[in-house]
Ligand binder design. Structure first.
Ligand code: AMP
Ligand code: GLY
Length: 433
């Protein structure tokens, strides 16, 4: 079997890595991939843009590729699945219509309301004066969101009315382009955030292990939001009973609502949830793709061959695949970022220490997020540079593996949070600290 993975982040390295571990997969092509996928066996980087749908279709046909797996949201929102499917290719990832669940927060909120899933109360505005009046009426804290895709930078959790007004002005300033044509203003939820990603073929849903991301740059969850600085899976706070509620009260009604709108949603339905102090799950947002870095923590625990699941989603036969099997143990993943991220940062620094970690017996796996392979060297090439994964029978072991590997790796101005997973050490199953 030959598979294309579209994208160039840590998520795509993890997907390609998992596919190449399966004897059923002969070759993976990453479009365009990164320094990690460049050095993976049975994997080749292809210098095409993820937005060059015609180029990708021609390449896929020439190589007789069996499946195209789309990592990032932007090509999905631009309709890669519609274009490739029309050319007879099998694609894992929703159509443009389905991707609206991530590409328009207003659309997603309306869908959630129609499906009666628990989420924060919200209102949309296209006008500054009305938005400001609403904020003054509601009071702070309050959450201001640019409607469209803004690479994780379009959300402000405003602690004061002044901060909220500044965020509204920012959204309407044109800074986010078309993504800022509307602003969604919503109540601030409190509790613990959890990511629940489900595989779906549009009819059947199979949730993956829950994961907890750490979105803020600073220790103790302080400072600006990032794409995600570290993650662990599974999450003890999400008991089997809570997972059942997430499936029946959130994932299934949303999928049914999509179906009722003639949207045939095949791929990952990713629910970003707040578990409230009362223990109730509420939706913060939906994404139309695998999480990054959630994928880097979840996939190392997956026992069922990933290509079987992905093909079953794309061919709408997920029902025929048994329950997803998982390895024993837990997974921890810590992101090493470039100094300055999520603000400005430098690229092109050599990364040392990776060679000491190689080998199939290695305790940690290093997924490349923002790297490139040039003249025999791995260089930094992004804000989030590496995602270092450790496995263990418990979280102390898993994090020890990840942090030990990080200690062996170096690049100029590298930064990582030392406290990833701090909550899991104090959680007992079912408790909401
Ligand atoms: P999003 O891009 O919607 O995932 O938002 C980014 C981050 O902002 C989330 O991961 C949360 O940490 C925070 N956030 C978004 N919406 C809310 C909300 N209604 N209440 C509290 N925090 C929120
Ligand atoms: N880790 C957050 C995301 O993938 O959106």
């Amino acid at each position: 079997m030959r598979i294309i993975v579209v994208g160039n982040g840590g998520r795509e390295h993890a997907l390609a890595w998992k596919f190449t571990q399966s004897p059923g997969v002969d070759q993976v092509y990453c479009i365009p991939g990164n320094g990690g996928t460049a050095t993976l066996e049975r994997c080749q980087n292809i210098a095409l843009s993820p937005e060059d749908f015609v180029g990708i279709a021609e390449f896929a046909q020439a190589k007789q590729v069996n499946l195209v797996v789309v990592g990032p949201e932007v090509p999905l929102a631009l309709g890669i699945t519609d274009v490739l499917t029309a050319k007879g290719l099998l694609v894992f990832g929703p159509t443009q219509a389905g991707a609206q669940i991530e590409s328009s927060k207003t659309w997603a909120k309306e869908l959630m309301e129609a499906a009666a899933v628990p989420t924060a109360k919200a209102q949309s505005f296209t006008d500054t004066a009305l938005a400001v009046a609403y904020v003054k009426d509601q009071g702070a804290p309050i959450v201001i969101k640019a409607d469209g895709l803004a690479a994780g930078k379009g959300v402000t959790v405003a602690e004061t009315i002044e901060e909220a007004i500044a965020a509204i002005t920012d959204v309407f300033s044109g800074k986010f382009g078309l993504a800022g044509a509307q602003v969604l203003i919503e109540d601030c939820l409190v509790g613990q955030e959890v990511s629940v990603l489900a595989l779906t073929d549009g009819i059947t849903l199979r949730p993956l292990l829950p994961a907890q991301d750490h979105k803020r740059i600073g220790e103790g969850d302080t400072g600006p939001n990032t794409g995600g600085m570290g993650v662990y899976a599974p999450v003890p706070l999400v008991t089997e009973a809570l997972m059942d509620r997430i499936q029946t009260e959130i994932l299934e009604p949303v999928l049914a609502e999509l179906r009722s709108r003639q949207i045939d949603y095949r791929g990952v339905l990713y629910a970003g949830l707040m578990i409230t102090p009362a223990g109730d799950p509420k939706v913060i947002e939906f994404n139309c793709r695998f999480g990054d870095p959630e994928t880097q923590a979840i996939l190392p625990l997956l026992e069922t061959p990933l290509e079987q699941l992905a093909i079953a989603c794309a061919t709408q036969t997920l029902k025929t695949v048994g329950p997803i099997a998982w390895k024993t143990g837990v997974s921890a993943c810590v992101v090493m970022a470039a100094g300055g991220y999520p603000g400005d940062y430098e690229k092109g620094y050599p990364i040392t220490g990776l060679e000491t970690l190689g080998g199939s017996s290695a305790a940690a796996t290093v997924f490349h997020a923002g790297t490139r392979f040039q003249d025999g060297q791995i260089l930094t090439d992004g804000g989030r540079v590496l995602a270092v994964n450790g496995l263990g029978l418990n979280f102390d072991q898993a994090f020890a593996q990840a942090y030990a590997a990080i200690a062996a790796i170096h690049f100029q101005d590298c930064y990582w949070r030392q406290d990833i997973g701090y909550r899991v050490r104090t959680q007992t199953p079912g408790s909401i600290p």
